[in-house]
Write a protein that binds this ligand. Structure first.
Ligand code: SIN
Length: 187
């Protein structure tokens, strides 16, 4: 089931009046930056971990056969590494549409790998959204991803492109890499 979050996100006024806002990306926002940005920096956020627990009915699956995409789940002491983008507020119209299937903007401290930190925004699909699928063994997640496709392409490409991007950044993510391995064996 889809759950359109555009209206809720548009009411988010935390950074009103700011000419530039930092956005933290941890999923497709790492490997598919289809929006203008002023600069980007490798970064991380604390106490969140990346999981393929969110259903995708609009990008990598369909209403009847959802795919699985990344969201963040809270985990004390965890660190999620990704890419931070400095953007102008106009870009949020595009991002709210792209992330509309359950993702909400959340204000968060973004720590840059080169040093320093800034408060910014991240899109998170929490467990109470209608498209949330939740925990499953990595092999089952791989099977679902292998058989899913949506308007943005094969679900497999999302997982593989993310795994490649993380590797290129020198990052480890056992959850993502295990699903990638299962996918390769399913081929
Ligand atoms: C993100 O990448 O930061 C959000 C989830 C996604 O669009 O894949």
């Amino acid at each position: 089931m889809s759950h359109n979050t555009i209206a809720i996100n548009q009411r988010m006024d935390k950074f009103d009046g700011h000419h530039r806002v930092w956005l933290f990306g941890y999923g497709s926002l790492i490997f598919k930056a289809d929006f203008p940005f002023i600069e980007r920096r490798p970064a991380h956020i604390d106490n969140w971990t990346r999981r393929f627990w969110q259903g995708s009915h609009d990008h990598r699956g369909t209403e009847t056969a959802p795919g699985r995409v990344a969201t963040l789940v809270p985990q004390e002491g965890a660190r999620c590494a990704g890419m931070a983008y400095l953007i102008t507020p106009e870009v949020f119209a595009h991002l709210d549409h792209r992330e509309k299937n359950g993702y909400l903007r959340l204000a968060i401290d973004i720590h840059f790998e080169a040093g320093g930190s800034e408060e910014g925004l991240v899109y998170i699909a929490t467990e109470d959204n209608a498209a949330f699928l939740g925990e499953a063994p990595e092999l089952d997640i791989a099977r679902q991803i292998a058989s899913s496709r949506g308007p943005s392409g094969a679900n497999r490409d999302y997982l593989v492109d993310l795994a490649h991007a993380l590797r290129e950044m020198g990052l480890d993510d056992p959850h993502v890499f295990e699903i990638e391995q299962h996918l390769a064996q399913l081929d």
